[in-house]
Design a protein around this ligand. Sequence first.
Ligand SMILES: Cc1cc2nc3c(=O)[nH]c(=O)nc-3n(C[C@H](O)[C@H](O)[C@H](O)COP(=O)(O)O)c2cc1C
Length: 140
Amino acid sequence: MDIHGCKGCFGGHGKKECPCVQKDDMAQIYPAVRDCDVIVLASPLYYWTMSGQLRTALDRLFALEEGDGNLLRGNGKSSALLMAAEGHGFEDAVLYYDHLMEHLRWENLGHVLAGGNMDVGDIKGKSEIQQAFDLGKSIQ
Ligand SMILES: Cc1cc2nc3c(=O)[nH]c(=O)nc-3n(C[C@H](O)[C@H](O)[C@H](O)COP(=O)(O)O)c2cc1C
C-alpha cells in the first residue's frame, strides 16, 4: 500500500471521513479500524522491532485520536500480535506492543512469536502455526 509518514502537523480530525490531511491508502485503513472489534498486527522482525511499513501505518492512526472525541482509544477494541524472525530477539517489539496496548486501551489478546525462520517455508510444521490458529479461534 502507498502509505506516507505522519507529518506531525496535528491537523487531523477523527470524525472526518478521511481523518488525516494526507490522502493516500490510509483511506482504506481508517474506516476498517473505526469499524472493527479486533486488530491483528502482523510483521516480520526488522532490526528488533516491527517493520517500518507497519509502524508508519500505526503512526498515521494518530489522526483518529484528534478532534472532538478520541475514536482510536478504547472503544471496546482488542488486538493480537503475530511476528516471524530469523532469530529470537522479540523483546523490543513486545515492549512497544505492550506500551501501544496500554496507551490505546485495547485489550491485549496475546502474541505468537515465531523465531528461527529465514527462508520462505521455514515455518511449515512449527508449533507457532497451531498457536496462531488457536489464538484466532479463541477470539469471539
Ligand atoms: C531489514 C531486515 C531486518 C531484519 N532484522 C531482523 C532482526 O533484527 N532480527 C531477526 O531475528 N531477524 C531479522 N530479519 C529477518 C526477518 O525477520 C525474517 O526473514 C522473517 O522471517 C521474515 O518474515 P516474512 O517471511 O514474513 O517476510 C530482518 C530482515 C530484514 C529484511
